[in-house]
Design a protein around this ligand. Sequence first.
Ligand code: A3P
Length: 349
Amino acid sequence: MRPSTFQDTTTQKNQKEEMKETVNEEEVEQLEQSLPQVNWMGSKIQLIRIQESWYSFNNFSNIHTFQKHFVAKDTDLFVTSFPKTGTTWLKSLLYSVVNRSLYPPNKTPLLSHNPHELVYDLETAVYGGNPKFPRPHQLDDLPSPRLLHSHLSYASLPKSIKTSAGKMLYICRNPLDTLVSHWHFYPNLIKRITGDEDYQPPDIQDFFEEFCQGTIFCGPFFEHVLGYWKQSLEEPNKILFLKYEDLKENPSFYLKKIAEFIGMPFSPQEEEEGVIKQIIDLCDINNLKELEVNKSGLLSKMVENKVFFRDGKVGGWSRYITAPMVDRMNKIMEQQLGGTGLSFKLQPE
Ligand code: A3P
């Protein structure tokens, strides 16, 4: 049986030795100093540019170790995403599809765990060394298929993920809802990391500029999305490219698509018994956000579980974004996405 959370049995001594083996501190320091940096949302934390994307400075050595040492298995399933595009939702859907024969809806670990505790984030939770999550060498002990996540761009992913037969599900979302969601979420996290109560986040206009410049966590947005989009066209059996707006509009169609893609299609009997609807209802934002664990828990002793569930709407940006900003974003979308076959819906149908 898949355990609901990973049981950490490693002693601290083992963990230290493992870090020494995997991280060459000098090499990491030299690399850090050689790469461009900018302030993250006007805070003391630096974003550092790695392979054309901006990642937070305090994650640098984790990312480096993850890239160098992670070994994918052919049975792995990876959720990949730009932050604030529906990662939490896709994690809960994928977890439910994979484990549907193990747990009936009233017994699923999703009722007592935040989805991020069930589908592990590689660069932060696993390689970040949080004791609540498996250590890198313990990944091998996870039940198959291992459900793992990364926010890294396609270019930054470890080679092993790209060359293994492990499948990837990428979720993206229209840039205006993504940026408004970022703007709500990250100042909270930055305050917790820095402990700086006086930190003043940028206003929405300034953050809009940063988003357009691409100097945001995991930015630039369009490079991230296009990296996975282009690769999904080349390898449609390896990468399933999903959009938040499509999932909202037709969740059962996309849930079936996810199940087929990972080789676990719903049987006619399951369809008749309403299993698809049960999963959709379980993972509905209004259901997940009302669970005690998501109302009160803390993820990685850092982020309140509740902040992963805010509005969850398509077009919610319209309360924050002005008409000139929309015009500018439409122009950027034309430039960036023209001829790629990719487009976004800014409003619900
Ligand atoms: P908003 O801030 O627009 O509400 P991520 O999971 O990648 O961090 O993305 C977070 C966004 O997804 C937030 O958007 C959040 O409310 C929304 N979200 C979280 N759980 C969801 C769910 N089960 N269904 C739909 N949207 C969800």
